[in-house]
Every structure is written in structure tokens, then in C-alpha cells.
Design a protein around this ligand. Structure first.
Ligand SMILES: [Zn+2]
Length: 297
């Protein structure tokens, strides 16, 4: 297994968030072939995915007593792994795992498999924030799973969630984000730190983006990272189609997404207190059309 500890010097070009001008961030960087192997083994039936995810979380160093299967309104439970931090606050990283076409390698095993990968990378170093990784089950691309997850939190627990990062359909191309709800600046700093281009906002017609809705309603800064947009092309044709298999994934783009997400999380962990919310008038998952978006079903 090739691993290396990555110690990155993060130079802050902007300092709206309350972090010192330069910070060392530390995480365990998994090699390309490990990441590739983890996302490549896609359980074809959704019912088989909770057990696989639990196994992957266990292998990632999240012990079984830190894991939970949370009952939802369908036979697909939420799979939760909690890695305790030293402080009172928490970051939620979520991805739905139910699928509707092909093997669902892109939509959304790519997001669900990224959870244990990040748990291993980030969770294996001392963090201030508690990291709550949730693979959303339930119906409608995890949306009901995310609602159940929120319903089971106390008001006090909700107040201590400083950020929610939703992962959906990663690795088709370089990542995009939607919406800007206060977390974009740290995300762009992460891309800069990895010498990658700045990420672009891109809203698509995809239910998975709605997994942030309940968090945004609770005034928690939230963002979806996806890869469903590129100028002049219709990348969404893969989603919910027979084409949605491992072959659709660009492993280099998936790996670069993993690198950005690792730095993003490590960086968010260093932000004390609450993150300032972005524009408050962002519509809940509306159906704005953009090049590359289409109506499905
Ligand atoms: Zn999705």
C-alpha cells in the first residue's frame, strides 16, 4: 500500500475566514491506485451497498462502534461513521448511494465511496471538528435519507454543525460546485493549494443536489461537489443511463477531486467558530437550466 503523509503549506490569499495567514495542513494521501480500486468495485444492488460501505469505513479506521445504520423510509438505511474531534463542532460529509441506471458508478457510488476514502485520509490525523460521514439511503437520491438524518439530530447537535459537504457524481470531469452557501472560498483555496484550476459554479437538474436542502433550511453552510457540467456538452446523458458504469469515470479527475476534498476538509477544520453564510436568497434546488443540463424522467 503506497501512502504518504502530505504536509502542505497553505498560503491564504484571502482572509475573510478567521484563519491565520499561513497554516500547515496535514492529511494522509492515499495513492491513485488505492482510490481507483475503492471506487471501482461497485456493488450492483443498492441493498448490498450498506454492508460494503461499513466494511470500507472499518478498513478506513472507523471502528464499528463509531458506525451506525440509521433506519429510513425505505429498505436502504443511512450508513454513518463518526470520527470524534477535540472540539465541540462538527462537519457533515454526505453522499447518496441509491442508484437509477447502469451500475450507478458515477451516480453515486463515486460520492459514497469517497466518504471512507476521506475518512481514512482526514480522520487518521487529529482533528478539531468531529467528522460525520453519512451515506444517505432512503428514496429519491438520498433526499429522504438526509431528512431522516436531520430529524434525528437535537437542536444542540444542529447548532454545532459548521458545514455540510454533499458529494454527487464525481469524476466524470473536473469538479464543479453548487450552490455558494458560504463554503466556496475555502474550496477555491483548496484547489489553489493543489495547483488546480478554480472550480466553477454549475447548477444541474439532478435530485442529488437536493441532499443539502435540509441543511440549508437549518442555516448550515452547505455545498454540493459534482462533475456534471462542461461548456457545450451534455454530460448528464450518463446519469440514470446504461452508460453509468466505471468506464464513464475519469480516474485522474476523480483523484484530483479527492485531493481537493482532502485539503478542503483539513482547511475547514482549522476555521474556528461558525462560517459566515453565503447569499441567503439561494433558491432550494430549483430547476434552472444551464448548458449541459436536461430534464430526466
Ligand atoms: Zn445523484
Amino acid at each position: 500500500m503506497t501512502r504518504r503523509i502530505l504536509i502542505a503549506l497553505l498560503i491564504l490569499l484571502f482572509s475573510v475566514v478567521a484563519v491565520a495567514a499561513a497554516n500547515r495542513i496535514v492529511f494522509l494521501q492515499l495513492g491513485l491506485h488505492i482510490v481507483q480500486e475503492r471506487v471501482g468495485l461497485v456493488p450492483l444492488r443498492d441493498e448490498d451497498r450498506p454492508a460494503r460501505l461499513q466494511q470500507l469505513f472499518t478498513n478506513a479506521g472507523c471502528p464499528q462502534d463509531h458506525q451506525q445504520l440509521q433506519t429510513t423510509d425505505s429498505e436502504l438505511p443511512n450508513v454513518i461513521c463518526t470520527i470524534r474531534g477535540s472540539g465541540p463542532n462538527a462537519i457533515v460529509i454526505g453522499a447518496h448511494y441509491d442508484h437509477h441506471g447502469g451500475s450507478g458508478a458515477l451516480d453515486n457510488w463515486s460520492g459514497a465511496a469517497m466518504l471512507p476514502i476521506l475518512a481514512e485520509s482526514i480522520g487518521s490525523v487529529a482533528m478539531r471538528h468531529t467528522l460525520i460521514f453519512v451515506a444517505f439511503g432512503g428514496k429519491y437520491h438520498g433526499a429522504s435519507g438526509s431528512r431522516v438524518f436531520m430529524r434525528n439530530l437535537t437542536d444542540d447537535q444542529k447548532q454545532h454543525i459548521t458545514a455540510m459537504i454533499n458529494l454527487d457524481s464525481l469524476g466524470l470531469t473536473m469538479p464543479r460546485y453548487w450552490p455558494d452557501n458560504g463554503l466556496v472560498q475555502p474550496l477555491q483555496i483548496a484547489a489553489l493549494n493543489e495547483h488546480l484550476p478554480q472550480l466553477r459554479a454549475w447548477q444541474v437538474d439532478h435530485e442529488g443536489l437536493a441532499d443539502t436542502d435540509v441543511f440549508r433550511k437549518a442555516k448550515i453552510p452547505s455545498i454540493t461537489i459534482h462533475s456534471l457540467g462542461r461548456e457545450g456538452t451534455d454530460l448528464l446523458y450518463v446519469v440514470h443511463s446504461r452508460e453509468d458504469t466505471v468506464k464513464a469515470l475519469d480516474m485522474r479527475a476523480y483523484y484530483e477531486t479527492y485531493q481537493i476534498l482532502s485539503v478542503f476538509l483539513a482547511y475547514l477544520d482549522q476555521i474556528d467558530g461558525s462560517i459566515r453564510l453565503g447569499p441567503s436568497d439561494i433558491p432550494m434546488h430549483d430547476r434552472m437550466r444551464q448548458p449541459g443540463s436536461h430534464q430526466h424522467r
